[in-house]
Design a protein. Structure first.
Length: 607
């Protein structure tokens, strides 16, 4: 159970003791302050992926005028050997010292600063933790679907075999992660009907999030989908095609779940002793019982959930999308993720918490690898610039990795409901180029925008019924999705978030931004019309300072004569190969819905 400070147990590396951290002030002449990067002064680790650098900054000074020396010590916590990197003043006359080191091994790392004056005792900062993930934690394209909606026959629901036949089409779209809605047995009690009706018919399949029946619970499979052996075969086929399978970790139960009978002490109850159904205001889930992660029997419950995760890990799953983690005791997640990572540092946890910012940030601090965001509700230029600037330039970026889902089974924003295919094109371009990780929920490629009036709920939602899709229906945007994902894989500038830089435009309906690779060799300049209904045009300011000249052997087509020292360069749209000759920083664009919703450009200066 959490201790008095609200911290959960777990195999996190030991921090330095008070004796190690503090030295008598009479001999500690050098002061080390404001060490960055750090999260809550070192209470939580910063996050990196293998191959990333950690750029350390600190304010270091001493009394008098003696010469100061400083270095950063770092190590993987499995090693007894520290690596030493000298620090240097960021600029003459300042007390800001900097150094960088690179992390290459998954798992826990730590670093500290040592500073000294010759002839005096060294000052050592406390250690700061770094958690290092694999690349998929930072970069990837996600595709979400309901396996039961993959049947080719309208007379039955889909199976894992049907999903196997669907996999090549998903792989051809260029996705990296296939995320499945829950695949477990679905309860019968208070089962929901079509469009969230409280009165289900005899053939209604119910919500996959109402987990548990006489067929089992969180380690069982809904019989209509197949067997665990068929799941294993599907996962292996997905991996052969380059798709990694992610499962939904939804820690809640239908009233028919075996845990309700075997462990009644794990559930939240009303004063009269009955179990209260789950709510996530304003939504109500009459078919779901919430678990109480702070109950008196918390230890057995926590251990059981860990065993569920380990069960699916034994079946090859290394990515979990966690449903509503903010409705469970927050220290539980810190414990669970640390326990899993102690043995398997390659496991990725995605937090699906659409809640208050502080809670979303805390879940990321507590260990979640990635986080859903408010992206679906940020649709104007001002909203997008403000929000993405926060995610990529403030201290949040050291621990919260955004996954920009353009839609989910729960969220069909009014922008998509009313904007037609141009709206889906715009949101795809934004999600895929603003974020190193992004996702779509199936039906997006068909521009499915039908909603229950006055809500963000899909009409005929797959949450409550089986859907049979015509994947070649007129108006689909599959070619655009495939092209965008091909561009993402080919261009390192889109593999990271920290280089995002918004550029000026003279039209509030047009947004422009640039990303560059870490070595500066790859620059992507994206321009999107945010208005799905009308043609928008105007001037955009290109990031010429990021562009390197083309190689000498690159042929230069005919071009207008330069005037007033302007630089000419090629702007090539990767979406369709069109090349534009631009002059100077400010250049004209015209974006017509139904024709072209945006540009994804490379820029090269002409010789």
């Amino acid at each position: 159970m959490p201790d008095a400070q609200g911290q959960a147990p777990g195999p996190r590396p030991r921090l330095a003791t008070t004796t190690e951290r503090e030295q008598p002030s009479a001999v500690r002449r050098v002061i080390v302050e404001y060490v960055q990067p750090s999260v809550d002064e070192g209470r939580f680790p910063i996050k990196r992926t293998a191959g990333d650098s950690v750029d350390v900054r600190a304010q270091i000074f001493a009394d008098g005028h003696d010469r100061i020396s400083a270095m950063v010590l770092d190590r993987h916590t499995s090693s007894d050997e520290w690596r030493e990197t000298p620090m240097a003043l960021e600029a003459p006359g300042t007390d800001l010292w900097v150094a960088s080191f690179t992390v290459t091994t998954l798992g826990w790392h730590e670093f500290l600063i040592v500073a000294w004056i010759e002839g005096a005792r060294e000052t050592r900062s406390k250690p700061y933790l770094v958690w290092v993930d694999r690349e998929r934690a930072r970069f990837g394209a996600w595709y979400e679907l309901f396996p039961r909606s993959t049947s080719v026959s309208p007379d039955r629901s889909g199976t894992f075999d049907d999903l196997c036949r669907r996999l090549p089409a998903i792989a051809d779209l260029g996705f990296d992660v296939l995320y499945l809605a829950p695949i477990h047995p679905i309860g019968h009690s208070f089962r929901k009907g079509a469009n969230n009706s409280l009165n289900a018919g005899p053939d209604d399949p119910g919500s996959p999030w109402a987990i548990g029946s006489e067929d089992g619970g969180h380690t069982a499979i809904e019989p209509g989908l197949g067997t665990i052996e068929e799941f294993d075969a599907m996962r292996a086929e997905a991996e052969r095609l380059g798709l990694e399978v992610a499962l939904d970790l939804a820690m809640q139960c239908s009233p028919d779940h075996p845990w309700v009978r075997e462990h009644p002490e794990w559930f939240r109850r009303r004063p009269d002793g009955t179990i209260k159904y789950a709510e996530n205001p304003p939504k109500k889930y009459q078919d779901i019982y919430p678990l109480d992660f702070a109950c008196d029997a918390w230890q057995s419950l926590w251990d059981e959930v860990l065993s569920v995760v380990r069960f699916w890990m034994r079946h090859g799953v290394r990515i979990f999308r966690v449903d509503n983690p903010h409705t469970k005791a927050l220290p539980f997640w810190e414990w669970l993720i640390a326990e899993v990572h102690a043995a398997d540092p390659d496991v990725v946890f995605l937090s699906e918490a659409f809640t208050r910012p502080a809670v979303m940030r805390y879940l990321a601090k507590a260990g979640f690898t990635q986080s859903y965001t408010y992206f679906t509700w940020r649709n104007t230029k001002e909203e997008l610039v403000e929000y993405l600037t926060e995610l990529t330039t403030t201290g949040v970026r050291d621990y919260l990795r955004p996954n920009l889902f353009a839609n989910t089974p729960d969220i069909l924003h009014a922008y998509l409901q009313t904007g037609g295919c141009p709206a889906f094109q715009a949101r795809l371009l934004l999600a895929a180029t603003l974020g190193a990780s992004y996702g779509i929920y199936s039906g997006f490629e068909l521009c499915e925008g039908r909603a229950v009036p006055g809500t963000e709920e899909y009409l005929d939602s797959e949450k409550y019924q089986v859907r049979h899709w015509d994947w070649d229906a007129p108006g689909h945007i599959k070619e655009l999705i495939a092209r965008v994902n091909t561009i993402r894989r080919a261009h390192p500038a889109l593999h990271f978030n920290e280089s995002l830089r918004f550029c000026d435009t003279d039209n509030p309906h047009i947004i422009a931004y640039a990303k560059s690779s870490r070595d500066g060799s790859d620059v992507i300049f994206t321009v999107v019309n945010l208005d799905p209904h009308h043609m928008q045009h105007g001037f955009v300011r290109a990031p010429i300072d990021l562009v390197r000249p083309a190689p000498p052997h690159h042929p230069a087509p005919e071009r207008p004569a330069p005037e007033s020292g302007d630089v000419f360069f090629d702007a090539t749209d990767l979406l369709d190969g069109t090349n534009y000759v631009w002059r100077g920083e400010w250049n004209y664009v015209r974006l017509d819905p139904g024709v072209r919703q945006g540009h994804v450009l490379t820029l090269s200066v002409r010789d």
